[in-house]
Design a protein around this ligand. Structure first.
Ligand code: WT7
Length: 635
């Protein structure tokens, strides 16, 4: 059966097939990959136990699909284009042959440093090609990578290392982002004070900031490479992996204080990211794909590294930020490399919009074919700006809804195929079966309805477990509504059956497309010696989508509130990282609590939105008068 989608009729037909015979559909998709041994069974699943297994019995290595299988025809094709932070520094291009060579070389380095299949390896690196090389080398040797975004603090890294019991860290001396330089190795040194599982640290040279190298523990990337260079042909045989062996762990925030280690496995994740990459963006051979995310987030895993490389595409990796040296940087990159597909976040679009048309002057954007959006709802104003100013009204915009837990894109237009509606993720990808439910888990059928978004049938990219705590996976995603995967998002399905994601319905907030748990921020704020209690909510923010609003009760009547605010921001930066710093801190005398002591966040959310007249019923509060006080002091 021809699985290519060129028209909406194709989509309808294939979607139909994918729901009538999901196993037949995914087996046909999986046939496009290289398997050392094919599966015995396509799917086995039990949502009640959160047990899902795809392609059981199959053997594969994802790097053979991302590298080796392209060598015959596309050895000299560019796999990775790397654009440095500083436009004056020289860019790099790695062909498939070179990337294969470097991944094999670094696999030898890992092996020499004692890494074995199943070991957990933490990566804390800037956006340089060596990050992709390290990720792929872990996959090649069968080690489980856990990439931690370079903006997280030493404490956050330590928590993640300890949770996964990582044995080795890969980092760099420092990294560049915009005008800033980050001392990554120093931060790792701070983290490692708390981590006993780590025996080795491999340090790449990037910024040449001074670092301390601990004897017996820390080694330089370049020295280790030199040791394996003498081997001549570095080919490193890819470790045969079971389809359900873990490929990586990626930590993400939930409604509790502790981030969860989302686990994806080799077979299903490979099939799902490759399929969604080529289907959603309608990727054509020789196109250049520019995903602006950081590999520290799932978007970078799936649509910088694994998805594009498994399809033999050219993927562009950018070290810097959209606004440095000026707000025309993305467009310079598009122009310089003749980018075909750009995939970015609404927060970046809104931020660039605010600089007006000047940064777009003399930028040739005519190479662009498809525009992608991801991470948060895109408002109509940003959608139209993206469409008109960047796509010149000629490029389809794919608004892709998905999550760290889903591995790849779930609901999205298919470029050039699905009719577009600004603000709508639109229709499910073949193989994805969304449903809306009410508070009690009853399905809301028909069109023109809203509810909580769930998925009723597994897809190959679905989360397999939360590392070290399978029960947490079950209760988080599969227990709210029996026999459904619950996304945590609210959703509208319009008259035409098109889906619009309306935002989280749990205590997760989305700041500039980054997911932050309110409980995590509260825990961090509460670490400050003068804080008794705090409550954090998200509020609408023009650029970031959501900002962080903290209501804080202080211990004593301190005089210098401004200084205390700065101290609290420092504390949050230290405990989580600068991305979790509250935008607003309001000191309050009390918090709205029910008689059972539960904080009524609904009320705080309304106050943060300045909707003072629609607070709802406050009579059940322990002390309704605190609400009036909070309103008086609202920021
Ligand atoms: C949450 C997942 C998926 C990669 C980046 C974020 C929100 C994501 C959209 C979209 C509206 C979106 C949801 C989701 N979200 N994409 N196109 N429209 N909302 O991954 O950090 O796991 O966050 O991001 O609320 O649940 P993540």
């Amino acid at each position: 059966m021809d699985l290519n989608i060129h028209t909406i009729e194709d989509y309808n037909r294939i979607y139909d097939f994918s729901t009538k015979d999901p196993e037949g559909f995914w087996a046909a998709v999986a046939d496009d990959y290289y398997w050392q041994k094919k599966w015995d069974k396509v799917l086995e699943w039990d949502f009640a136990k959160a047990d899902i297994k795809w392609f059981q019995g199959a053997k594969l290595n994802i790097t053979e699909n991302c590298l080796d299988r392209h060598l015959e025809k596309d050895a000299d094709k560019t796999a990775i284009i790397w654009e440095p932070n500083d436009p004056e520094e020289h860019f790099r291009k790695l062909s498939y042959k070179e990337l294969h060579f470097k991944v094999c070389q670094f696999s030898h380095v890992l092996k020499n440093n004692g890494v074995k299949k199943g070991d957990r390896i933490c990566l804390y690196m800037p956006m340089v090609p060596e990050l992709a090389i390290a990720v792929l080398a872990c996959a090649r040797i069968g080690a489980i990578h856990s990439v931690v975004f370079g903006g997280f603090s030493a404490q956050s890294i330590a928590d993640r290392i300890n949770d996964a019991q990582c044995s080795l860290i890969i980092t760099s001396d420092g990294g560049f982002r915009g005008s800033k330089e980050f001392p990554l190795k120093n931060i790792i040194d701070d983290a490692l004070v708390q981590c006993r599982s780590v025996g080795k640290v491999i340090v790449l040279t990037r910024s040449r900031i001074p670092v301390s190298m601990i004897k017996g523990r820390d080694v330089w990337w370049e020295d280790e490479i030199r040791k394996v260079e003498t081997h001549g042909n570095p080919d490193f045989p890819a470790e045969p992996m079971d389809a359900e062996d873990p490929l990586f762990i990626l930590y993400t925030s939930g409604s509790t204080g502790k981030p969860k280690g989302v686990v994806h496995t080799c077979g299903g994740y490979m099939v799902y990211t490759g399929y969604t990459f080529k289907t959603v963006f309608q990727y054509q051979p020789n196109q250049i794909h520019f995903c602006t995310a950081d590999i520290g987030w799932i978007t970078g895993h799936s649509y910088i590294v694994y998805g594009p490389l498994s399809q033999g595409a050219t993927t562009l990796m950018f070290e810097g930020i959209p606004t440095w040296p000026d707000a025309g940087r993305f467009w310079d990159i598009v122009d310089k490399y003749k980018v075909d597909i750009i995939y970015t976040a609404p927060t970046a679009i809104r931020s660039l919009m605010s600089f007006g048309d000047e940064p777009l002057k003399n930028k040739d954007l005519s190479s662009l074919k498809t525009l992608g959006s991801v991470g948060e709802p895109i408002n109509e104003e940003a959608w139209h700006w993206y469409d008109q100013k960047i796509g010149k009204g000629k490029c389809p915009i794919v608004d892709t809804w998905w999550q760290t837990e889903t591995g790849g894109i779930m609901i999205s237009a298919i470029a050039g195929v699905t009719p577009l509606k600004p603000g709508y993720a639109s229709l499910p990808i073949p193989g994805v079966q969304p449903i809306l439910v009410d508070e009690n888990g009853m399905e809301i059928e028909g069109n023109g309805v809203s509810g909580n978004l769930c998925i009723k049938f597994p897809w190959p990219g679905i989360i397999r477990t939360t590392y070290g705590d399978h029960e947490r996976n079950r209760t988080n995603y599969f227990a709210t509504y029996p026999n459904l995967y619950f996304t945590g998002d609210g959703c509208l399905r319009d008259q035409d059956g098109f889906y619009k994601i309306t935002g989280r319905v749990d205590d997760v907030i989305n700041v500039s497309g980054h997911r932050i748990g309110t409980a995590e921020v509260e825990n961090a704020i509460n670490m400050h010696a003068d804080v008794i209690e705090s409550a954090v909510v998200g509020y609408p923010h023009d650029i970031k989508g959501q900002g962080i609003y903290a209501f804080v009760i202080l211990d004593v009547s301190l005089h210098d509130h401004e200084l205390t605010k700065q101290d609290i921001l420092q504390t949050v930066t230290r405990i989580i990282g600068a991305i979790a710093k509250p935008d607003k801190i309001q000191f309050v005398s009390g918090l709205p609590k029910t008689r059972s002591g539960k904080i009524m966040r609904r009320i705080l959310r309304k106050i943060s939105e300045k909707e003072f007249s629609s607070l709802g019923d406050t009579s059940t509060l322990l002390d309704p008068s605190v609400v009036e006080d909070i309103i008086q002091g609202a920021l």
